[in-house]
Write a protein that binds this ligand. Structure first.
Ligand code: DHB
Ligand code: FE
Length: 285
């Protein structure tokens, strides 16, 4: 599906993320009423106007912005830009009512219908997959403590080089992507490898903004999950590892303390084990 080149490029991963979004979600806001569009568009523009007046923005700066916005489109980086710098606030608002897990941003690299791996299994990996083995066990429950048998846990993450299958070249289609189904006690067990920290593409428009502003381009290492069960709100989250250099300054502002894992060395000496449970909120009536 994705445009493939020999080395990962911003344009190729941007094209893949754009295509993924269009096939999945781009129709979602189609029914937004005109009053709401009017209100939100006016307030966003007015925030831009205020910034221009407050900081005496020049024509040179205005033209730099215009060139950069054109560049975002040409490098296909609208999904990346929005998911890194905007989505975290939308997610906060969308989940602030929850009693169970609140979650965090989805990011641009989710693909539905990843291979089924049962209740206890391993993610698809290459025979020579790099990275320390990670064995994760957990349970999915409702907010009243009832286990949720049959809950779906979709897991996807970057490899030891920080790349996602289907968005970087040369990786098998479903590598490090899988769907698990909780057993009769709501429990699951997942074998994978620890992902590496992820650097957002530096050779596209987002990378050029980061360089021009003197920021850094790193996200801490993370596992992406979506957890769903009938009658419950779907949880979209990411789980992080203690000690990562970028837990405190994630470029995507998506780290929350409750999403921190607590891995321990495995008893058999092979990598690490971790326990992490999920609590889903019943759908509000
Ligand atoms: C981006 C990548 C991610 O893996 C993620 O979780 C969030 C954002 C990005 O490149 O925009
Ligand atoms: Fe990610």
């Amino acid at each position: 599906m994705t445009v493939q080149h020999d080395t990962p490029t911003a344009a190729a991963s941007g094209a893949g993320a754009t295509e993924r979004f269009k096939s999945d979600k781009s129709g979602g806001g189609a029914g937004t009423p005109p009053e709401r569009v009017d209100l939100l568009a006016r307030e966003v523009l007015s925030a831009v106007h205020d910034t221009i007046r407050r900081h005496r923005v020049t024509y040179a700066e205005y033209n730099a912005l215009k060139a950069w916005l054109i560049d975002v489109g040409e490098t296909g980086e609208w999904p990346l830009f929005l998911d890194v710098w905007v989505e975290h606030v939308v997610e906060d608002v969308a989940t602030e009512h929850r009693q169970g897990n609140k979650g965090t941003i989805e990011g641009p690299y989710y693909v539905p219908d990843a291979p089924e791996r049962g209740s206890h299994g391993t993610l698809p990996t290459r025979p020579d997959e790099k990275g320390a083995p990670l064995t994760w066990t957990g349970q999915v429950r409702s907010t009243d403590g009832t286990p949720l048998p049959g809950a779906k846990i979709e897991l996807w993450h970057a490899d030891d080089d920080g790349y996602y299958s289907q968005f970087a070249p040369g990786i098998p289609e479903w590598n490090l992507r899988g769907t698990f189904t909780a057993d009769g006690n709501g429990e699951f067990g997942i074998g994978t490898v620890r992902p590496a920290p992820y650097q957002i593409p530096t050779d596209g428009a987002c990378g050029r903004l980061i360089a021009a502003a003197g920021w850094h381009s790193w996200r801490p290492a993370h596992l992406h999950v979506k957890v769903s069960a009938p009658g419950h709100e779907q949880l979209t989250a990411q789980l992080y590892f203690p000690g990562d250099a970028h837990n405190d300054d994630d470029i995507a502002s998506a780290v929350k303390p409750e999403l921190m894992l607590d891995p321990e060395p495995a008893a058999d000496g092979r990598g690490e084990t971790v326990v992490y449970d999920f609590v889903l909120d019943p759908v509000r009536l």
